[in-house]
Design a protein around this ligand. Structure first.
Ligand code: HSE
Length: 454
């Protein structure tokens, strides 16, 4: 059992001129100390907003927020002069933050998993509250971190880990807490949504668009996790854990990325009245949750279809509220700083009024994870074919033999391309039909098979 953290001693605020007066009798006012782990793009964005909005935030919290120490891995890295460089130390043990009695809240913005986990667990054991933007960490180790925080009587908040500054974690853990959630459905990766938008409207290649997304600070250090869908899968695991009060891991999520998509897929989808999005979907049915991330055709004109660029969106289907749609920037340093500060402010308000842990999350519900078997969807099929007009009827016949109806088929003999929109079909039946098509003379390649989410 971890001992209840001792409340740090009262100390004067760093700036008495900005300290608000909540209670004229109560002096001296105590600043809330922040220790930062990391000062990359996100950390620098946070430090700047804390500085620029110090006076307003002090009023909001009831006392100033004071950065006490910043630990970085590489002290030689060039950093802008306007950052609080005098607070920066390169210290692999992070003692300047984790052993610092003036630090009440540790803000983890180093990213990665192993070292971040070590730091966060140490911070909790030292009785410090933690605010993190690290979805990799929370998707893989969230339950054990929250368990330890519960024992230690400290808060661990992670709004910035999903949807950057767009509030998603708070609605699920607070505003909608009375609801039974039937489904979550959304766009949870800004980089891929930016790339897909560029492919659709500018005919850009995936590679070109990814370079832009990296330049704008949207992509992960290793953008493979963006384009492979694993970043969205991690976020869906975090949100599903909160929505159903259980322990979902990213490995529970079926995951397909966007790397096989081509600009031609958008043209084919558009002819049928659809656009293509990388959707993250979780749904619950009698204690079983199915979780999936994959590209999907989304009907043009719907709210989800118009979520473009770096925007994220999440539709939460609550039984009391009906569908609730949250939408906003899903990546970028300014938006991420907004979420980090929201959590810092919440923890700080608790400190000011003498509360210990806030926002307890219970993840003890038992659920079953359902595979893709049994899921029924329609599909857009794009085939490279040869053999003239006959190939269409041959393909339709193979599909029908496997129990797949072709609702719509367009053969372009000049382009050697056959595009088919299937009826609703169960996953394993569809996969069998694809195998059948690959063996058919005249089918050179199954270029795309994209699920439709009407
Ligand atoms: N790479 C992530 C994204 C950053 O593009 O959504 C925010 O989590």
């Amino acid at each position: 059992m971890i001992q209840e953290a001792e409340q740090p001693a009262i100390r004067p605020a760093f700036s008495t001129t900005t300290a608000p007066t909540l209670d004229a009798e109560a002096t001296p006012r105590r600043a809330v100390g922040i220790g930062m782990l990391g000062m990359g793009v996100v950390g620098a964005g946070l430090a700047r907003v804390l500085r620029d909005r110090a006076a307003d935030l002090a009023i909001t919290v009831g006392t100033p927020l004071s950065i006490e120490a910043i630990v970085v891995q590489d002290s030689d890295k060039r950093r802008d002069d306007d950052l609080p460089l005098h607070l920066v130390t390169a210290d692999a043990d992070a003692d300047a933050v984790l052993d610092n009695p003036d630090v009440d809240i540790v803000v983890e913005v180093i990213g990665g998993v192993e070292q971040a986990l070590d730091y966060v667990l140490r911070a909790i054991r030292s009785g410090k509250h933690v605010v993190t933007a690290n979805k990799d960490l929370m998707a893989r180790h969230g339950p054990e971190i929250l368990d330890l925080a519960h024992e230690a009587g400290v808060s661990v908040l992670f709004e910035a880990s999903v949807g950057a500054g767009t509030p998603i974690v708070a609605p699920l853990t607070r505003s909608l807490v009375a609801n039974r959630i039937a489904a979550l459905r959304g766009i949870l990766n800004g980089t891929t949504n930016y790339i897909l938008t560029k492919m659709e409207f500018e005919g850009a290649s995936l590679e070109q668009a990814l370079v832009d997304a990296q330049r704008l600070g949207y992509a992960e250090a290793d953008p493979t996790s963006d384009v492979a869908g694993s970043d969205a899968a991690r976020k869906l695991a975090i949100l599903s854990s909160l929505a159903w009060g259980t322990r979902v891991r990213d490995t529970d999520v079926y995951c397909e990325g966007i790397t096989r998509l081509e600009t031609r897929d958008f043209e084919c989808a558009a002819q049928l009245g659809y656009t293509i999005k990388l959707l993250a979907i979780a749904s619950e049915d009698r204690g079983a949750i199915r979780l999936r991330v994959h590209p999907a055709l989304v009907r043009k004109g719907t709210a989800m279809a118009s979520v473009d660029g770096v925007l994220n969106a999440l539709e939460i289907d609550g039984d009391l509220t009906g569908p609730v749609l949250l939408r906003g920037a899903g990546a970028g340093p300014a938006s991420t700083a907004s979420a980090l500060i929201a959590d810092i402010v919440e923890v700080s308000r608790g400190i000011v009024v003498g509360l210990g842990r806030i926002n307890p999350v219970n993840l003890d519900r038992e659920v079953t994870i359902q595979s893709m078997v049994g899921l029924k969807t329609r599909h857009l099929l794009r085939l490279s074919v040869s053999g003239g007009d006959r190939i269409q009827s041959d393909v339709v016949q193979v599909l029908r033999g496997e129990g797949v109806i072709a609702d719509h088929a367009t053969l372009d003999v000049a382009k050697n391309e056959l595009v088919i929109l299937t009826g609703s079909v169960e996953e394993t039946v569809f996969q069998r039909a694809i195998l059948g098509l690959r063996l058919l003379d005249g089918v050179r390649e199954v270029c795309s098979a994209i699920r439709v989410e009407d």
